[in-house]
Write a protein that binds this ligand. Structure first.
Ligand SMILES: [Mg+2]
Length: 123
């Protein structure tokens, strides 16, 4: 986050208050969840996939902005946040590695393995 962004988020928090901004985060997350649910369907009446995709990308940015604002509100330290993210990314890579090992089929994605299980169950 740039200094300008941090200053803008602090100004928003000063102007509107933390409670309103937490409420705004909830609102933006709801909007993202709604459009992701629409995208998950194969078709959604009255909306093209391309328009929904564009809307989803916009809502992702709205949520990111509000999350950054929450980090400013909580007086986060960017170096510490970076360390937390690195640790969580490492955990995700480890989970993927363990899932592949559990499937004992190197190169097979979790999605492919799950599809195989689903096919077996439905036979
Ligand atoms: Mg929005």
């Amino acid at each position: 986050m740039t200094k300008e962004e941090r200053d803008t988020f602090q100004t928003a928090l000063d102007e509107w208050g933390p409670e309103a901004q937490v409420g705004m985060l909830h609102e933006e997350m709801g909007e993202l969840m709604t459009v992701l649910n629409k995208l998950r369907r194969e078709s959604y009446p009255g909306a093209s996939w391309s328009a929904l995709r564009g809307n989803a990308l916009e809502e992702i940015e709205d949520v990111r902005i509000m999350l950054d604002q929450m980090a400013v509100m909580l007086k986060s330290d960017e170096a510490h946040q970076g360390e937390l993210r690195q640790g969580k990314m490492q955990r995700l890579r480890e989970l993927l590695r363990l899932d592949r090992k559990r499937n004992e089929r190197p190169g097979v994605t979790v999605r492919e393995a799950t599809a195989t299980v689903t096919e077996r169950v439905s036979r």
